[in-house]
Design a protein around this ligand. Structure first.
Ligand code: F6P
Length: 354
């Protein structure tokens, strides 16, 4: 089986994430060391359609393990969702004799990976997104760095809040997912957190701020996930009106997505990059690599997508029926555990120091 793979492609797609470069490096070096050529596809699936790629040598991936962003560039490519775009991508793969692809990104990237797989191009996905919203894996590449960036930024806001006896409401990224907000709120000792997964008790938040202010507390931090849309600015206004504590609003936006990857993200990216090459060369396809209980595991992409949709309540008709009773039970266990964890940590942040 190994002989078949003479050349593979690697791409980064969707929102960039710190650690993507480390993953590309690992894929490239693992493949080269097994005698397989590597094409770096520029700008995600768009580069595949428009035949933009470079032959990666070891020197091209030297000194990128420590750099944020993605040196292959990224894109959210709508053209790839059309049959015409897909067919052009397949033609380009054939032209370059690309035997398989490693696609690094989030759920949109994995949909593209499945489309390629079913059309005969073996593809392995690696979860690279700051949002940590791939339910099949405990952690995605970029998540740890993003959380550490939030800590650094909000600790600065804390300094000025303390000096001026203010509250700061801070919105952090996470499309429909409160993972970044919840974990950073805990690590920052925030007075409250607002996430899409658990209903926010605003009255309790106001009462807590009033009580703590009476007790002499000067500064307050409230972390809001962008997944609770258009909520943070209004909340800041209401906190000021209802508690008398002067309140500022800040949105960290894309600041959270940049910067050099942390140790955890570099290690994860390296492990998953090497495993992706191993899976491809072993003849596997349509898998996403996950890290659970410190182990790298390969999960079927369709299973991973169904699990995500089940978790988010966005299942399409007939999707779940493709899986066995055991698989459904396994999904329900993961979902119940994740929901319970969110409830527990939400309560922990919001109830502490009541
Ligand atoms: O998925 C990563 C992410 O940064 C989300 O947190 C955010 O909602 C979205 O991408 C922003 O996308 P864009 O960079 O296209 O504005």
């Amino acid at each position: 089986m190994e002989k078949k793979f003479r050349k593979i492609g690697v791409l980064t797609s969707g929102g960039d994430a710190p650690g993507m470069n480390a993953a590309v490096r690992a894929v490239t070096r693992a493949a080269l060391s097994r005698g397989v050529e590597v094409m770096g596809i520029i700008g995600g699936y768009r580069g595949l359609i428009h035949d933009e790629m470079i032959n990666l040598k070891a020197r091209n991936v030297s000194n990128i393990i420590n750099r944020g962003g993605t040196f292959l560039y990224s894109d959210r490519c709508l053209e790839f969702k059309t049959e015409e775009g897909m067919q052009r991508a397949i033609e380009v793969c054939k032209k370059h004799e690309i035997d398989g692809i490693v696609a690094i990104g989030g759920d949109g990237t994995f949909r593209g990976a499945t489309d390629l797989s079913v059309r005969g191009i073996p593809t392995i996905g690696i979860p690279g997104t700051i949002d940590n919203d791939i339910t099949a894996t405990e952690t995605t590449i970029g998540f740890d760095t993003a959380m550490n960036t939030v800590l650094q930024m909000v600790d600065r806001l804390r300094d000025t809040c303390e000096s001026h006896a203010r509250c700061n409401v801070v919105e952090v990224m996470g499309r429909g997912a409160g993972d970044i907000a919840l974990n950073t709120a805990m690590a920052l000792g925030a007075v409250a957190v607002v996430i899409p997964e658990v209903a926010f008790d605003e009255e309790a938040c106001m009462a807590k701020i009033r009580r703590l202010r009476e007790d002499g507390k000067r500064s307050f931090l409230v972390i809001v996930s962008e997944g609770v849309e258009k909520f943070a600015p209004g909340l800041a206004k209401r906190i000021e009106e209802q508690t008398g504590v002067e309140t500022k609003y800040a949105c960290l936006a894309h600041v959270v997505r940049g910067g050099d990857p942390t140790l955890a993200d570099r290690v994860l990216a390296t492990k998953l990059g090497v495993a992706a090459v191993d899976q491809l060369l072993a003849g596997k396809s349509n898998l996403v690599l996950c890290q659970n209980n410190s182990q790298v595991v390969a999960v079927d992409i369709l299973y991973s997508q169904c699990l995500d949709r089940y978790y988010k309540g966005t299942l399409k008709d007939g999707m779940l029926e493709k899986f066995s009773a055991d698989e459904k039970a396994a999904m329900e266990k993961v979902i119940a555990e994740k929901k319970e964890e969110f409830r527990k940590y939400y309560a922990m942040v919001n109830d502490l120091a009541q």
